[in-house]
Design a protein around this ligand. Structure first.
Ligand code: C2E
Ligand code: MG
Ligand code: MG
Ligand code: MG
Length: 277
């Protein structure tokens, strides 16, 4: 089709495609050295209880400060790392830093009940030796207050296998969160048959509140169903007071989003923790 619109268009398309491929290969090549150089680090976004806004914990989110390209979004480099397998060492780094940070915060005034969520990619969960290694690391008394977030796509590939892996984390006292609920397959029956403790409602659901009264009813139904099967509910991407009011009204337990705080540096997260104590 590009040809129909003449040569110029074709060339333009090729140029931007070539650029995308170049950036991609650059990120792929630079990821491992950056990991070793300490240019990949974590920020921590507060998770608060509703309606009081009290700090209950943080979600650890990875950041990459590339020496030339500046800050690169995880939405850009995580998929590359998943494809190449670099997610395995990267994910291990994330887990260790988050667990160390959690231990320090739990030792501080007001931090005893604090929790930290870590995102795990499907690729990390499907590698049996890798899971063995993660669990061995966590078994050394490091699991207290840790929650892991996985997306539904991880659980649909092989239900029995997913169940077995998730149970192994559970046995160590790690809480399990289904992330991004409302995107992808979003089957409530899945939630009920797997050992999840928490469901995180995706931002797209939250943002749709206010546009259509049926969205509120739908979300209320999901929250009630989740509660009925013993799950806690976190709303993601809460940006407005109005969203907070609706979420509170329908019984959502926790919230996360720019209304409360952006993802914070360790120092800022710590200051917040101390001020909340
Ligand atoms: P996620 O796990 O669903 O994380 C929530 C994302 O929403 C984060 O984006 C966060 O910064 C953003 N967010 C939070 N509150 C708001 C809000 O009020 N408004 C808007 N517009 N956005 C908000 P981030 O940090 O860019 O991460 C993107 C995704 O990358 C994450 O989505 C997660 O899937 C993945 N990711 C991040 N860190 C890791 C990691 O350490 N390991 C793995 N495997 N994936 C990660
Ligand atoms: Mg997450
Ligand atoms: Mg999410
Ligand atoms: Mg999300």
């Amino acid at each position: 089709r590009a040809k129909e619109h003449g040569k110029g268009r074709t060339v333009l398309f090729d140029a931007s495609l070539r650029e995308a491929i170049l950036i991609r290969s650059r990120l792929q090549r630079d990821l491992t050295p950056s990991l070793e150089a300490g240019d990949i680090f974590l920020v921590y976004q507060p998770i608060v209880s509703l309606p009081d806004g009290r700090l209950t914990g943080f979600e650890a989110l990875v950041r990459w400060r590339h020496p030339d390209l500046g800050l690169v979004s995880p939405a850009q480099f995580i998929p590359i790392a998943e494809e190449t397998g670099q997610i395995l060492p990267l994910g291990r780094h994330v887990l260790e830093r988050a667990v160390e940070q959690l231990a320090r915060w739990r030792g501080m005034a007001g931090g005893a009940a604090l929790t930290v969520n870590v995102n795990l990619s499907a690729r990390q969960m499907w590698d049996e030796r890798y899971v063995d290694d993660m669990l061995a690391y966590l078994a050394d008394g490091r699991a207290g207050g840790l929650k892991v977030e996985v997306t539904e796509s991880m659980t649909v590939a092989d239900h029995d296998q997913a169940h077995a892996i998730l149970e192994r984390f559970h046995a160590l006292g790690v809480a399990l969160c289904m992330d991004d609920f409302g995107t992808g397959y979003s089957s409530l029956s899945h939630l009920g048959r797997l050992p999840f403790d928490v469901v995180k409602i995706d931002k797209s659901f939250v943002s749709a509140l206010g546009s259509d009264p049926r969205q509120e009813s739908l979300l209320r139904g999901i929250v009630e169903l989740a509660h009925r099967i013993g799950l806690e509910v976190v709303a993601e991407g809460v940006e407005t007071e109005e969203e907070r009011a609706v979420l509170t009204r329908i019984g959502c337990d926790y919230a996360q989003g720019y209304l409360f705080a952006r993802p914070l540096s360790v120092a800022d997260a710590e200051a917040l923790l101390l001020s909340a104590a």
